[in-house]
Design a protein around this ligand. Structure first.
Ligand code: FES
Length: 149
């Protein structure tokens, strides 16, 4: 049994501690907002926050989250920065197919929590690990600026 705090609530997980967090979230806990893309820490679709840091849940074993604060896209609306980013995402009409978007939003929130007014270059650097096959990068950048305003 692994105990952690998930989106502000105490959570106990029964999966093997070596199970990637992505599959614990999706299969054991039914939180399917976190997406599987590559499974190799290359695309960012599975991004969640572990103790406030954006991490790739596809390569992070459940054991890494023991006793930690884990936040997913499902809990983001309770967070003022998360709310601002999600509102900006909608207002900027960022999503095309939408598959990568929860990972993009999680990375954007982590960025804005560490840097309230990032430059274009800082946004590009922070978001470089989140791929978008629709090429929504300019709208992603615009939404981050809007959320920071
Ligand atoms: Fe985790 Fe691609 S699914 S980085």
């Amino acid at each position: 049994m692994t105990s952690l705090t998930l989106n502000g609530q105490a959570q106990r997980c029964t999966a093997d501690p070596n199970t990637p967090l992505l599959w614990v979230l999706r299969d054991e806990l039914g939180l399917t907002g976190t997406k599987f893309g590559c499974g190799m820490a290359q695309c960012g679709a599975c991004t969640v926050h572990l103790n406030g840091n954006a991490v790739r849940s596809c390569v992070m074993p459940l054991a890494s989250a023991a006793g930690a604060e884990l936040n997913t896209i499902e809990g983001l609306a309770k967070d003022p920065v998360g709310r601002a980013v999600m509102d900006a995402w909608v207002e900027t009409d960022v999503a095309q197919c939408g598959y990568c978007q929860s990972g993009q939003v999680m990375s954007a929130v982590a960025l804005l929590k560490s840097n309230k007014k990032p430059s274009d270059a800082q946004i590009d650097a922070a978001m470089a690990g989140n791929l978008c096959r629709c090429g929504a990068y300019m709208r992603i950048r615009a939404a981050i600026h809007a959320a920071a305003a």
